[in-house]
Design a protein around this ligand. Structure first.
Ligand code: SF4
Length: 171
C-alpha cells in the first residue's frame, strides 16, 4: 500500500493528454457535418459501411471516428447496421469478386435518395490490388459513386471533409 501511494506521488498521471489542436479541428468538422446534414436532410446523417474487400486499414480510420476518443456520435454522425436505414454507403477496398453481389444487393436495399462514397485508394481504382485475379476493381465499376475520398488510408479528418463536401453539394 505504501509502495502504491509512493508511486502515485512520484509518477505522472496515467490518463491520456488532452486533445491536440488537430482533434479540436476534427470536432469542429463533425459539428459542421451535422449542421449541413440537418439543413439538407432535417436530421443527422446515417451511414452504412460496406467492406468490399479492404485490408481493414480504412476500417481502422472509420472506427476511429466512432471510438471513445473521438466519439463523433455526439455530433449526430451515425453508423447504422442496415442499408435500409442509411443515407450513405461508405464503401472500402477494391471490390472482390466474392463481394460484388453483396455490394450490389446492399446498394439496391438502400432507399433513395442515397449517396455512395468510395473510401480509400483501393475503392477508387483497386489500389495496390488492381489487376489481381480476385478483384473486380474500383467501386464505380459495380455501383454508381458520388464521391471518392482518396488516401491509403484517408485520415478521420479527410473522411469528415469528404462527407461535408458531399452533403453541401446536395443543394
Ligand atoms: S486504401 Fe490502403 S488502407 Fe484502404 S483498403 Fe486499400 S490498402 Fe488498405
Amino acid at each position: 500500500m505504501r509502495k502504491t501511494l509512493f508511486e502515485s506521488l512520484t509518477h505522472g498521471p496515467l490518463t491520456e493528454p488532452p486533445p491536440s489542436r488537430d482533434d479540436r479541428a476534427l470536432a469542429e468538422l463533425a459539428a459542421s457535418l451535422e449542421r449541413s446534414a440537418r439543413q439538407r436532410l432535417g436530421r443527422s446523417l446515417a451511414i452504412r459501411e460496406v467492406d468490399a474487400g479492404s485490408c481493414n486499414g480504412c476500417e481502422l480510420e472509420i472506427h476511429a471516428l466512432n471510438n471513445v476518443f473521438y466519439d463523433l456520435e455526439r455530433f449526430g454522425l451515425r453508423f447504422v447496421a442496415s442499408p435500409r436505414h442509411a443515407d450513405v454507403l461508405l464503401v472500402t477496398g477494391p471490390v472482390t469478386k466474392n463481394m460484388r453481389e453483396a455490394l450490389e444487393r446492399t446498394y439496391r436495399a438502400t432507399p433513395d435518395p442515397k449517396w455512395v462514397v468510395a473510401l480509400g485508394d483501393c475503392a477508387a481504382d483497386g489500389g495496390i490490388f488492381a489487376g489481381s485475379y480476385a478483384v473486380v476493381g474500383g467501386v464505380s465499376g459495380v455501383v454508381p459513386v458520388d464521391l471518392h475520398i482518396r488516401g491509403c488510408p484517408p485520415s478521420p479528418t479527410e473522411i469528415l471533409k469528404g462527407l461535408i463536401a458531399l452533403v453541401d453539394a446536395q443543394k
